[in-house]
Design a binder for this molecule. Structure first.
Ligand code: GAL
Length: 307
């Protein structure tokens, strides 16, 4: 969809299986507040109190989530209307964000390229800014691999090639607290139900998984694997990891109707840099230098499990 460059539907044809949560009408996509399928940015996830410093200047971004700045602010990239160009095997979306849009320095041009490659959807992002800035967009796709989205993701198996995840502060922002993933994964793979029932304080704090997982082997693309009995989704990325969110705040609404609008109705793999790292380890932060281009690739690869 040109609104939010959103991925509203992704059908795995061999099983005629809708694998993502989204709405097919613009009206519904505009009314939802869950970032369903949208390209979020400029910077995905939270920035502590919306404040960061770059080249000696401190920037105050708008606050839109408790005390924090979330997913690029109240008018982030998820609400932009992109220019769309069709290609033989995909679509290209372009958006230009003016200098100081949502408080961020630099005029920034973003290109989102979706294309199909056999059983994979490949998403290439490219950004260029005319000033040094922060840039860390991602696709906020909620997956649910069950034949019916009335069924939550609890029965899915999750494999994470990640030994470390980052803890959250009391107010829900990623902080410089590296914790062993084994503390929340009962086994690897783990059934999501078992993880969510865990009593780790970080799971209690976030009502489930809402944490950044760092790849153990940075050179390998796999970030996470999600499976049900007949289908496997592998999420691969050039990023160092992914923020994994088990749909803890998805809920029913008076105006919108969809089976997945319930707690844990879907799970997101938000591939980007370590959230809020500009405030605790700038060497990990998504700093985009003036006139340099930033590129990243994320792949959603499907594989059928033969009965
Ligand atoms: C996720 C974030 C969650 C929540 C959600 C939107 O990316 O990690 O905490 O804000 O977006 O409802």
């Amino acid at each position: 969809m040109d609104y939010g460059a959103a991925l509203v539907s992704l059908v795995y044809k061999p099983l005629a299986r809708e694998c993502v949560c989204g709405f097919l009408t613009l009206e519904e996509m505009r009314q939802q507040s869950f970032y369903l399928g949208a390209l979020v940015g400029r910077v995905a996830n939270r920035i502590d109190q919306g404040r960061f410093s770059l080249n000696g200047t401190t920037y105050q971004l708008p606050i839109n989530n408790g005390p924090h700045h979330l997913h690029g602010g109240p008018q982030g990239f998820n609400q932009a209307y992109y220019e769309v160009f069709q290609e033989a095997d995909g679509l290209i979306y372009r958006h230009v964000s003016p200098h100081l849009d949502q408080g961020y320095p630099g005029k920034l041009s973003l290109e989102v390229h979706y294309h199909l490659d056999g059983p994979s959807l490949v998403i290439d992002l490219k950004a260029v800014s005319d000033q040094d800035t922060l840039c860390d967009p991602t696709l906020h796709t909620y997956f649910n691999l069950n034949p019916s989205h009335k069924d939550r993701i609890q029965n899915h198996q999750l494999t994470l090639p990640c030994q470390i995840f980052y803890g959250l502060s009391e107010s829900g922002c990623t902080e410089n607290k590296r914790l062993p993933s084994a503390e929340i994964m009962a086994s690897n793979p783990s059934k999501i139900d078992i993880i969510l029932k865990g009593d780790h304080p970080q799971l209690k704090l976030a009502k489930g998984i809402d944490h950044y997982f760092l790849k153990t082997e940075v050179d390998k693309p796999l970030v996470a694997r999600l499976s049900v009995s007949d289908l496997i989704l592998s999420v691969e990325s050039t990023h160092p990891g992914a923020h994994i969110y088990s749909g803890n705040y998805l809920e029913s609404s008076k105006i919108l109707h969809a089976d997945f609008l319930q707690e844990n109705g879907g799970i997101c793999f938000e591939t980007h840099h370590v959230p809020n790292s500009i405030n605790f380890d700038p060497s990990l932060a998504p700093i985009l230098k003036a006139n340099a281009s930033q590129t990243s690739q994320t792949v959603y690869r499907f594989e059928r499990v033969q009965p």
